[in-house]
Design a protein around this ligand. Structure first.
Ligand code: SF4
Length: 376
């Protein structure tokens, strides 16, 4: 593979949450307050180990719930990253948060430490729905937290919303979109509830307590797209909408197949054609990261796998697959290699060409998984 990678970003995983939400299958744990200090020590050791002069375009502190730990840990982490990496002058530095734990003091501390973007998991503005999916916060918490974000000086913040939630009506979702678009957020993510195996909410659906409704799901997605577009947010990826110039750089770098370094439990890294992922165990990480004997899976991808990953990520973006970039990276002509598949989807109205790009149509977004499967 030719290397057209020229950007490096960092992802830091904070695996702690106050309580597990009913739909969550992320690597996050509750009841580990006594391990926070040792975890941050291990995390900063790992950051120092990977110290580099290569310029860093974005840092993303995700989780879990980074806002549930004392802000002094985040401040120390930021100091450590600043000392061990060359953050570009306009480096985007994001942190994830939840409304019940993001206090005014924490928002101010984040801003002081150099973080310039907050992403907050709002999900819904209905207290009934929030409690049905096991969230700890109420809408009053969300309102308070948004005020704190703005008062701390953040111009750039994202709100995450969810749709297809149990008992959620079009009206409920429309209320959430109203709140988000009027909040001052520059970026809004809208995710449909995914029923993951082994989550309590999946069991509730299996038991017939709740029922899936694909038609309502598509109606809600269409509503998000239309409402957000009419209010100045454009969709740049299946689930992500932003005011022009406020697209999440961290996301874009991942979808553009750039290298990234993952620090912390379960963090993924991607360099050249190699991916590696850290242990999902907090204990293993804390004990063994210092000797590099923690469980770490290294996966060298075949050219075929890399092409599949590249195409899947590119199709998520509204700009789609850049066939010239594909040629530069893989030395192959996309149009020749995938002629039959591409022409078939164009005929079905699921893909279209735009200069050197091949992208999903509006109808194609509803069948994105079907299209992606064919290219993998
Ligand atoms: S706050 Fe986020 S990471 Fe934590 S349990 Fe809920 S969904 Fe999972």
């Amino acid at each position: 593979m030719n290397n057209t990678k020229d950007k490096l970003s960092i992802y830091v995983h904070i695996p702690f949450c106050e309580r597990k939400c009913l739909y969550c299958d992320f690597v996050s744990y509750s009841g580990m307050e006594d391990k926070v200090e040792a975890y941050f020590d291990a995390l900063m050791y790992e950051a120092r180990f990977y110290s580099t002069d290569d310029p860093i375009s974005s840092v993303y502190i995700g989780g879990g719930t980074p806002s549930c730990v004392d802000s002094s840990y985040i401040e120390k982490l930021m100091e450590c990253l600043g000392e061990n990496f060359t953050l570009e002058k306009d480096c985007e530095i994001s942190i994830e948060s939840n409304p019940n734990s993001l206090t005014a003091e924490k928002a101010k501390a984040y801003f002081r430490s150099g973080i310039n973007r907050i992403s907050m998991g709002v999900q819904s503005v209905s207290d009934d729905i929030l409690s049905r999916i096991g969230r700890l916060h109420t809408h009053a918490d969300t309102e308070r937290a948004v005020d704190s974000i703005i008062a701390a000086g953040f111009d750039n913040f994202n709100l995450d919303l969810m749709f297809s939630l149990p008992g959620q009506t079009l009206r409920d979702f429309s209320d959430a979109l109203d709140f988000a678009t009027l909040s001052g957020a520059k970026h809004i993510s809208c995710y449909s509830l995914t029923l993951e195996e082994d989550t309590p909410i999946n069991q509730l659906y299996k038991d017939g307590i709740y029922h899936e409704d694909d038609e309502l799901d598509r109606q809600m997605y269409a509503m998000a797209n239309e409402t957000l577009f009419s209010r100045g947010f454009y969709r740049y990826e299946i689930s992500n909408f932003a005011r022009m110039g406020y697209e999440c750089r961290h996301n874009l770098l991942c979808w553009d197949f750039q290298d990234y370094l993952g620090l912390g439990v379960a963090a993924h890294s991607f360099f050249g054609d190699t991916r590696f992922v850290n242990t999902a165990s907090v204990d293993d990480y804390i004990k063994h990261v210092y000797e590099h004997t923690h469980d770490q899976v290294v996966m060298e991808e075949s050219p075929e796998e890399l092409r599949g990953d590249y195409l899947m990520l590119a199709l998520r973006k509204t700009t789609g697959i850049n066939t010239e970039d594909f040629m530069a990276r893989f030395g192959e002509d996309f149009n020749e290699k995938y002629r039959d598949i591409t022409e078939g989807f164009i005929e079905d109205g699921l893909l279209f060409r735009n200069g050197p790009y091949v992208a999903l149509t509006e109808k194609g977004f509803d069948f994105a998984n079907v299209v992606m499967r064919e290219y993998i």
